[in-house]
Design a protein around this ligand. Structure first.
Ligand code: SF4
Ligand code: SF4
Length: 169
């Protein structure tokens, strides 16, 4: 047995896809996969880090409401008129001033991806972003600058004021 392990130590184990019928077969070799140089294949339905295609987001807040651990923070700014369309044709009426996901709190349940009407929040195959700073795991997907946010808020306030004034006439 010692000699078997001695010779086996010259080989490392193979990276086998979990969907392979040989997945549970005993492999020769004693060392594990040499991560990060080698990586195990991951299943297509695996739940890993989230990504948001912000251009396709209608800022409906459904993902944040569905999240059991409140790790999605969204701040929306209303627009007086439609601001564009997503790739599936949904009309966008809100700007995303903030769209943050705290991956340090996320429990990878995938609920946010299920409720999204435009399927713009998805789980990627990214699982190895380690860091020593927890705050690095707050991913910001919003793309608006502070100036643009202030401008859009001012536009909405002006629109509301004009509506109120028109009602009083
Ligand atoms: S995967 Fe679950 S815990 Fe993570 S952000 Fe989405 S809903 Fe929240
Ligand atoms: S559910 Fe989808 S469309 Fe709605 S805010 Fe979340 S990511 Fe955007």
């Amino acid at each position: 047995m010692t000699f078997r392990h001695l010779f086996g130590a010259r080989r490392s184990r193979q990276s086998v896809d979990i969907r392979s019928k040989d997945y549970f077969d005993q492999q020769e070799g004693v060392t594990t996969v040499q991560f990060p140089k080698e990586k195990m294949p991951i299943p297509e339905v695996a739940r890993y880090q989230l990504d948001v295609e912000i251009d396709d987001c209608i800022v409906c807040d459904l993902c944040a409401k569905a999240c059991p651990v409140d790790c999605i923070t969204i701040e929306a700014i209303k627009s007086p008129e439609a601001i564009g369309k997503t790739s599936d044709g949904s009309v966008k009426r809100l700007y995303a001033a903030q769209f943050d996901i705290d991956m340090a709190k996320c429990m990878y349940c995938g609920l946010c991806t299920v409720v999204c009407p435009t399927e713009c929040i998805t789980m990627t195959n990214q699982y190895d972003r380690s860091t020593t700073q927890l705050t690095d795991l707050i991913y910001g997907f919003g793309e608006m600058s502070d100036t643009e946010i202030a401008q859009r808020k001012a536009e909405w306030t002006k629109h509301q004021a004009e509506k109120e004034a028109a009602k009083k006439k």
